[in-house]
Ligand binder design. Structure first.
Ligand code: C2E
Ligand code: MG
Ligand code: MG
Length: 431
């Protein structure tokens, strides 16, 4: 068993390791437990940075004690660990690993400054049973971690066979937009977008959640695939647009220059009534078009480049803002930046996360920011998880940040209490 316990380790290194390991003769299967520790910031603040470091080291040591000689433990970007299980004897093996890790994460460390403990959220997946390659293995584990955090569970398994609540076919087929809308089970969560230079709230992104009676709060990654290519996608967009604008109409009165971002699926661009529906919703909620941001992923734009370009031009003519979401994950080329009438470029979090550890990634992100600015686009960095990353991005002249460092997506009333109230200005002060 080997441990690489350097905080400088990058995800790209982990991907190469997984690829190399899976190519070794005799390795039939690899299980991965991706572990994200939480609470370190509070420990650093209350007990000092060396206590935080000690806690991380101690956790890494305890992980090594659970690993078998052939398993591997990696520490990435400080608070993320990956535990690779060689030839898990059966699928439950990886789950047992996650359960043991969860127990280790709960163990408190005694320091002269007091007792401290961290909490962990984990995602489990297996290759080739669930993931076809290293990148999908990591991606599935990431999604499972996000789900664990969402549900506040120690771990989530990304395999259909294990009856997971992530992407399981039973859950997808149980999702019928019209039905859940009728039962009032869809809700929007809001995540803050923060102006990096001033630290002020610049807007929110509306992210849909399904409050399922059997599974609790379910993320869009689970149920969206089931409706992406159906008529349901239009009903979902109509719901998100109206629910988000209803909040925006109140919040934009309180927070200067507040913008509400709503996600669109590829299918939405094919709706002949799209422009009218957006214009109507803006009219109903009394919002100026530039207060609405429509986020569209590169991949969505690629689906039918010509229709997309035409629809985007119509949307632009309406005056709404357009954002290219998850930039860097699709196949966007320079011609996109040249031809698309987009106002915002959202750099995907897979590029943002390594800015601290990798000079190369830092340079790529820096160049993308310059490029976007050269064509008058505002740059939003997604997935900022700590103050250091935020500082690096600010130093690179990034405009807006979004991510757990500022705040996770939360329900509307909570967003109002925690964000809108904090940045509200009276109309007198604004005049
Ligand atoms: P997205 O538009 O890129 O949204 C950002 C996703 O990243 C959200 O996941 C958010 O919870 C997560 N996130 C934010 N900050 C961090 C961070 O610091 N670290 C990490 N690891 N993750 C972070 P969520 O809410 O599960 O949404 C997933 C995707 O589902 C969204 O990605 C978007 O493409 C889609 N989606 C969400 N709501 C809607 C909707 O109403 N309509 C459509 N068409 N798609 C939606
Ligand atoms: Mg988005
Ligand atoms: Mg995104």
């Amino acid at each position: 068993m080997s441990t690489v316990s350097t905080p400088q380790l990058r995800f790209s290194f982990l991907l190469r390791e997984i690829e190399n390991l899976s190519a070794v003769r005799g390795v039939r299967s690899l299980g991965m437990v991706l572990i994200r520790l939480a609470g370190l910031q509070a420990v650093n603040q209350s007990h000092g940075y060396s206590a935080g470091d000690q806690l991380l080291e101690d956790f890494g040591r305890r992980l090594r004690t659970i690993a078998r000689p052939q398993d591997k433990v990696y520490q990435i970007n400080g608070t993320t660990f990956a535990f690779l299980i060689h030839n898990p004897s059966h699928q439950g093996h990886a789950v047992l690993g996650a359960e043991r890790i969860a127990r280790e994460a709960r163990v408190a460390l005694e320091l002269p400054t007091g007792r401290m403990r961290l909490s962990a959220h984990m995602g489990v997946s297996l290759m080739p049973e669930s993931a076809a390659d290293a990148a999908s293995l990591l991606h599935q584990c990431e999604r499972a971690v996000a789900e664990s955090r969402e549900l506040d569970e120690p771990y989530t398994v990304y395999t259909r066979e294990l009856g997971t609540n992530l992407g399981s076919s039973s859950e997808q087929s149980a999702f019928d937009v019209d039905e859940v809308l009728q039962k009032n089970e869809l809700e929007l969560y809001y995540q803050p977008k923060v102006d990096l230079r001033s630290g002020r709230l610049s807007g929110a992104e509306a992210l849909v959640r399904w409050d399922s009676p059997t599974n609790g709060i379910v993320s869009p990654g689970v149920f969206m695939p089931a409706i992406e290519n159906s008529r349901g996608i239009h009903a979902l967009f109509a719901f998100t647009l109206n629910a988000a604008l209803r909040c925006a109409c109140e919040w934009a009165h309180k927070v200067p220059d507040f913008k509400m971002a709503v996600n669109m699926s590829p299918g939405n661009l094919e709706d002949p009534d799209l422009i009218e529906a957006i214009a109507d919703a803006l009219g109903v909620w009394g919002l100026a078009p530039e207060q609405l941001v429509l986020e569209i992923t590169e991949t969505a734009l690629m689906r039918d480049a010509r229709t997309s370009a035409l629809k985007l031009a119509e949307l632009k003519a309406l005056g709404v803002r357009l954002a290219i979401d998850d930039f860097g994950t699709g196949h966007a080329s320079l011609s996109y930046l040249r031809d698309l009438p987009a106002d915002e470029l959202k750099i995907d979090r897979s590029f943002v996360a390594p800015v601290l550890s990798s000079e190369r990634d830092r340079r790529i992100v820096g160049s993308v920011i310059q490029l976007a600015h050269a064509v008058n686009m505002e740059v939003v960095a997604e997935g900022i998880e700590d103050a250091e990353a935020m500082q690096v991005l600010l130093g690179m002249n990034c405009d807006v940040g979004q991510g757990f460092y500022f705040g996770a997506p939360i329900p509307a009333d909570q967003f109002h209490a925690e964000w809108v109230a904090r940045f509200a200005q009276s109309s007198k002060a604004r005049a």
